[in-house]
Design a protein. Structure first.
Lengths: 247, 305
């Protein structure tokens, strides 16, 4: 983990209530896709944990994609280029790309989609051919499809109302797919459904969300029980292996 | 040259800064960030006889100028602390540590205190009779003078190390509790623990925290903590570890002027992991600006005249 100041390069709306923020700063503490940063905001006591969407280490560029769900994220949406943000970076364990096999499945639900982009890049760089299934409410909420496709994934979008892609849930879009491993990030109900839908013989990793105090393992605010004992979502997670989860 | 040294129950500290229990784990997370030997000491995570998972999540809520937590004394249990956490800590921290003792009966407090006392690393026992997030024990003892006295007596007989009782602000008269601890042989007091509070999610129409209530900490509670330290300083002769919302070197000076001998830093560690390092580095300049040569001399300084 590192604490550092980042300069805001751009901050644009890319879907309904969803924004893409590009920051410039020392990204060297970020070592795996699926990690997150914790952002200090003026007037807010707790930092805001946001997953890393994309990374360009050579240019010190960090991309975050976030949804405005409360006062803190709305405050982020109003920030303009040149603003300076205090970030804790390189938090959490992240996804393990070495276990993916040749044809990994990436499942992102809503704002669980952003970490799939960097994960996709890292998997493709290792020679894997990922399939990305992303799920949203309707067409105006869909984001990152082009980016995932450009990064080398076969992309399948699902929307609840059928206004884009497959009508239904990500698990509907998963029907008939064959894959060597799966990575999932999204609401807990979605994670549970993905776990139930995946064949027992296929291993996977799922990224969880919980209200956090510190984000680096000190306060025990975000603990969960696993088959291998209590784990802190912020430090030992947010990514847990399929076999250790107690649903 | 500013002298930041203070003496707490016979043990000298390089400076009065002590990260508060529950915000610093067993030290190793912070040792990855900076050399924690710059600290005066730190108080490790509240430890019970048995391992505890604690309360269901969500355990955390944000407030104006602070946060609520209802962790519920999650800890690996005293055996694991002695056999695993303390040896790990010894690799990164060579000063006496403050052992935070929790329990659900006077017997448990005594047993945990005795086991932690056996460790040479432990300098003081800080006895938590003020956790608002567990439904038996904890605050049940700290809420009455009789309960506080009973735990103090039990721990006093279980250890020869300095016993510091950690008091709750969620009482009618904190000085009554402080006097009861003093009468039973406590060597010091630490105050305050968190203030009981709650938040409601107005969309879901449900409490934000699964436990419904949680303990309020952060800058918002500093004036309450300062008032408690002020009152207790006038009521007893014991040294006080003052804590509650401390975020800067100026806050440290203010807390000491109210009557604190040493100063705990809690929630600030969570929002700013380098908070204690910054405060320790700021302290000499702040002392110089205020004309303070020896920090130990200012304890209770606001009570004069």
């Amino acid at each position: 983990m590192k604490q550092g100041l980042f300069e805001l390069i751009s901050n644009e709306k890319i879907a309904k209530d969803v924004y893409r923020m590009v920051l410039c700063g020392d990204v060297s503490a970020i070592t795996a896709p699926g990690q997150f940063v914790n952002i200090k905001l003026e007037g807010r006591f707790l930092r805001r944990p946001i997953s890393v969407c994309d990374l360009d280490g050579s240019a010190d560029r960090l991309t975050l994609v976030y949804k405005t769900v409360g006062g803190g994220t709305r405050q982020m949406a109003e920030m303009t280029p040149g603003a300076v943000l205090d970030l804790l970076s390189g938090l959490g364990n992240g996804f393990d790309v070495e276990r993916s096999g040749a044809r990994p499945l990436l499942v992102g639900g809503g704002v669980g989609t952003p970490p799939m982009l960097l994960l996709c890049r890292r998997l493709v760089a290792r020679g894997a051919r990922p399939i990305a299934v992303t799920g949203f409410g309707s067409a105006d909420e869909v984001f990152l499809s082009d980016e995932l496709r450009d990064a080398g994934a076969e992309v399948i979008v699902a929307t609840m109302d059928g206004s884009a892609g497959v009508k239904g849930l990500v698990t509907d879009a998963m029907t008939g797919l064959e894959y060597t491993y799966f990575y999932a990030c999204g609401p807990e109900a979605m994670l549970r459904a993905v776990d139930a839908a995946a064949p027992e013989s296929v291993a996977g990793e799922l990224s969880f969300e919980e209200r956090m105090g510190c984000g680096f393992g000190a306060c025990m605010g975000c603990s969960c029980e696993t088959k291998y004992g209590a784990k802190r979502i912020c430090k030992d997670g947010p990514v847990l292996r399929r076999e250790e989860i107690i649903w | 040259m500013a002298d930041t040294r203070v003496t707490l129950c016979g043990i000298e500290l390089d400076n009065p800064i002590i990260p508060a229990s529950g915000t610093f784990g067993y030290g190793v997370e912070f040792a990855e960030l900076y050399d924690i030997n710059i600290l005066g000491s730190f108080s490790f995570k509240g430890t019970t006889r048995e391992p505890r998972f604690g309360n269901p999540t969500p355990r955390i809520a944000e407030t104006s100028g602070g946060m609520l937590n209802a962790v519920g004394l999650q800890n690996p249990g005293v055996e694991a602390v002695v056999s695993r956490e303390l040896p790990e800590l010894a690799k990164v921290f060579r000063k006496p540590v403050m052992a935070n003792v929790c329990g659900f009966s006077t017997d448990e407090y005594a047993e945990v205190a005795a086991k932690l006392s056996e460790s040479e690393q432990v300098g003081w026992l800080e006895v938590n009779i003020s956790c608002p997030n567990v439904h038996e024990g904890g605050l049940n003892f700290g809420a009455t003078a009789a309960g506080a006295a009973a735990v103090t007596r039990a721990v006093r007989t279980a250890t020869k190390k300095p016993v510091i009782m950690k008091l709750s602000p969620n009482v009618t008269d904190i000085t009554e509790i402080a006097r009861a601890c003093e009468a039973e042989g406590a060597d010091g007091l630490s105050l305050i623990n968190t203030l009981l509070g709650m938040r409601i999610d107005i969309r879901r129409r449900r409490p934000v925290i699964a436990n419904v209530t949680g303990g309020l900490s952060g800058g918002a509670i500093f004036p309450v903590a300062l008032r408690c330290v002020w009152q207790v300083y006038r009521a007893v002769k014991l040294p006080i570890v003052g804590m509650g919302g401390v975020e800067s070197a100026e806050d440290v000076v203010e807390m000491m002027l109210a009557g604190a001998t040493a100063v705990g830093v809690g929630a600030a560690n969570l929002t700013e992991p380098f908070a204690c390092k910054r405060i320790i580095e700021e302290l000499p300049a702040v002392m110089e600006r205020l004309g303070i040569k020896n920090l130990r001399e200012i304890t209770g300084g606001a009570h004069n005249g």
